[in-house]
Design a protein around this ligand. Structure first.
Ligand SMILES: [Zn+2]
Length: 363
């Protein structure tokens, strides 16, 4: 039946062809003669391979191969240089060949939901125009950091997998608006997540999260879904601790970062305040100029949530609770969100009047 349809189509040279639910096992090679074809629907069949001749469909922009029997990404796809939308949901794909991905240079939308993927290849970064990537319902345990190079990605779906973490570089996804990661095993979200400057929707319901990254309040979030997580919900006991003894490296790093931030400093002379150039600023700048290792190390410094001072390797892990609706201005109301806050010292922690609580994480 599909052959008859194809022969008829060949005369008309249509721009779109629907061969869905036709019980097709082998796609006829003759399909490659439809040189004006832009939209090809082949879903709900029994296809396990595509003829390599199909790679000549250079005008094809939409291809739906959902609900078939594919086990790999067919090589013919690598020739579809105009393809923008590709549906591969509901197949048996276990692995993605990076070479095939590399050919689909204009792909914007890729749906590989409900397959058997255990990992995604580093070559995902070849999908330089991808805006929407969906890998729900696979067996992924981790994501390659190369994924974070997809600078046009706006929507990422990886619900119902086995993910335990996200790449540390996740914050590089500068255009990401929506991330759906419900029903995984994620224990911690990377601190850099707050650098996703467009992120409006986070769905992490049904994971293993206890706390959210700091600076959540600096994101343009509209919706946050976090039910069914072992979130910190009781105020941990406040304790008073003696000041810690910092290493020489930590003390030096803190001092240098402080000086480098103060090009000018406020001084008090005869009861009056005024600004003067900080001589240590230019001295430090000159001193570290020829030491890239030291510069890199200092770039890792973080900022105390209370006093704003810098710290390098020693900090106190604390938590503060913020109201999702009132303080984060979310459109939904997930209740109180435990947000990580890092303090530079027990001196800061012991200062009265703040709302940070110490956290003891189970080993
Ligand atoms: Zn501090």
């Amino acid at each position: 039946m599909s052959d008859t349809l194809l022969l008829r189509a060949l005369k008309g040279q249509p721009t779109s062809l629907n061969l869905s639910s036709k019980d097709i096992e082998n796609v006829p090679k003759i399909i490659s003669k439809l040189l004006r074809l832009q939209n090809l629907q082949l879903k709900n069949n029994r296809i396990h391979e595509l003829p390599k001749e199909m790679s000549s469909l250079r005008t094809l922009t939409v291809l739906n191969l959902g609900n078939n029997k594919l086990e790999v990404l067919p090589e013919a796809l690598s020739g579809l240089t105009s393809l923008e939308v590709l549906h591969l949901f509901g197949n048996n794909i276990q692995q993605i060949d990076g070479k095939v991905l590399g050919g689909m240079k204009n792909l914007k939308f890729l749906n590989i939901n409900n397959n058997k993927l255990k990992n995604l290849p580093a070559a995902m970064n070849k999908l330089v125009h991808i805006q929407h990537l969906s890998v729900d319902g696979n067996k992924l345990t981790s994501l390659p950091s190369e994924l974070c190079a997809l600078s046009h990605l706006e929507e990422f779906h990886a619900a119902n997998n086995q993910l335990t973490s996200l790449p540390l570089e996740f914050g590089f996804l500068a255009k990401l608006k929506k991330v759906h990661l419900q029903k995984n095993k994620i224990k911690e979200l990377p601190e850099g997540l707050s650098k996703c400057g467009c992120l409006e929707v986070i769905d992490v319901a049904g994971n293993d999260l206890r706390i959210f990254p700091s600076e959540l309040h600096k994101m343009p979030l509209k919706e946050l879904y976090c039910e069914e997580n072992p979130l910190l919900d009781q105020l941990p006991v406040q304790s008073v601790q003696e000041d810690e003894v910092l290493t020489l490296k930590e003390l030096t790093a803190r001092y240098i970062v402080k000086q480098l931030k103060e090009r000018r400093r406020l001084v008090k002379v005869a009861g009056k305040y005024f600004y003067e150039d900080n001589p240590a600023w230019s001295f430090m700048r000159r001193a570290i100029r020829h030491y890239p290792d030291i510069r890199d190390m200092l770039a890792q410094a973080s900022k105390c949530a209370l006093c704003g001072g810098a710290f390098l390797n020693t900090w106190l892990e604390c938590v503060c609770f913020i109201d999702g609706h009132k303080e984060l201005k979310l459109e939904n109301s997930p209740g109180r969100i435990p947000m990580r806050a890092l303090l530079c010292s027990y001196k800061c922690f012991n200062t009265p009047g703040h709302h940070f609580y110490g956290v003891a994480f189970p080993q």
